[in-house]
Design a protein around this ligand. Structure first.
Ligand code: GTR
Length: 366
């Protein structure tokens, strides 16, 4: 039933003026900018450019982390805008290797003590540092709350007030602030010669997964984007979606999206495009999406369906996305040429299992 309905979605490759996009140039010069404009102005909110005053300071350096196998550093990312200054921390672990290494960036929205413990006494699969580093990857994480509080506080406690004390309907909200933070992280990584700039990936789970997609749309320096259980206004299609709806998310988290997005409460069919168009902006880079079998609130089928749709855009590059006919078997990945998906058995989460399959996918392609 759902399948038939999804056939009636706006086509990613048909522009606002009704013309069909059949080549890469028209996609890049016309259709993609149209999509970027929609998600920026109507969904997540526009944000300021790279601040002129942006600096990085390594506040901590441990040569003997992870039982001597890695270097741990904390980087303070500081900047100033017309109305003040702000800074947030980035926690990094680097394997001890001669060559520049790949880097896995995590947007962490879960408890900091539990999931980002630098002493590594406390470990979780949400950020499985030991496993990532053992594969020869560097990894770093910043905490969402350090960039903007995850609360309806009138945007006074995070980065917003440094740049935009007055707010308009299209201005950045909390998810776009976190995405802006992920872009500043990339600014730092570009300066660190121990990291291979051609192999930097971005991961986020749930609200962090929505953020990763939006940041990945803007920052093409991220070579792979991994969105885990991102659901509503993340990887899942909004039309015909089960679980959480646009109205529900806007009511419970009014500060996540820009004010203009509220008009789509109960009106998802009025949107000129759906979330599959956001996913398509990652092309031709690597896109990875995961769901969990018990995560009805996110709607795994709606996440898979939009991930399938982006194949049309990869084809403009002579590349393949997911196969048309995907058989879902829990825990068995479906890996297309540039797009990967798996549905883990279990609850709404990001686990070491998810990370390892994602990194396998990337290693085979970058
Ligand atoms: C839920 C929200 C989801 C998802 C989740 C999370 O409460 O409704 O859209 O973002 O939080 O971030 O874990």
């Amino acid at each position: 039933m759902k399948k038939m309905e999804w056939d009636r979605l706006p086509d990613i490759l048909t522009g606002m003026d009704g013309t069909k996009v059949t080549d890469r140039e028209t996609w890049e010069k016309k259709r993609r900018p149209e999509i970027v404009d929609f998600f920026s102005r109507e969904v997540y909110g526009t944000f300021p450019p790279r601040p002129e005053k942006l600096s990085f300071f390594i506040s901590q350096h441990d040569e003997n982390a992870l039982e001597g196998t890695a270097i741990q550093e904390t980087v303070i990312i500081s900047f100033a805008g017309p109305y003040g200054e702000y800074s947030f921390e980035l926690y990094m672990f680097l394997p001890k290797c001669e060559e520049p290494c790949p880097m896995a960036v995590l947007i962490c929205n879960r408890d900091k003590q539990e999931n980002m413990d630098l002493t590594r006494r406390q470990r979780t699969g949400f950020w499985p540092v030991e496993e990532i580093v053992a594969r020869g990857w560097a990894t770093c994480a910043f905490h969402t709350e350090d960039v903007d509080t995850d609360a309806d506080d009138g945007f006074v406690n995070g980065v917003h007030h440094v740049f935009t004390p007055e707010r308009g309907p299209h201005d950045w909200a909390t998810i776009s602030a976190w995405a802006w933070g992920a872009i500043r992280v990339m600014d730092y990584l570009q300066t660190d010669r121990r990291i291979d700039p051609g192999r930097i990936t971005l991961t986020g789970q749930s609200r962090g997964g929505k953020t990763a997609l939006y940041a990945g749309m803007w920052d093409t320096r991220y070579q792979a984007v991994f969105s885990s259980c991102s659901g509503c206004v993340g990887a899942a299609l909004s039309r015909f979606k089960g679980g959480e709806t646009i109205r529900q998310i806007n009511e419970v988290f009014p500060f996540w999206f820009c004010d203009s997005f509220k008009k789509y409460n109960d009106h998802e069919f009025d949107m000129p495009m759906d979330q599959d168009a956001l996913l398509a902006t990652i092309a031709p880079r690597l896109l990875y999406v995961t769901s969990a079998t018990e995560d009805d609130w996110a709607d795994p089928d709606a996440e898979l369906e939009s991930t399938k749709h982006v194949a049309a855009v990869y084809r403009l590059y002579g590349m393949e996305g997911l196969p048309e006919d995907c058989q879902i078997i829990p825990n068995i990945p479906i890996h297309g040429e540039r797009v990967g998906y798996h549905r883990r058995e279990g609850i709404h989460d990001l686990t070491a299992f998810d990370w390892n399959i994602f990194l396998d996918f990337v290693e085979q392609r970058l």
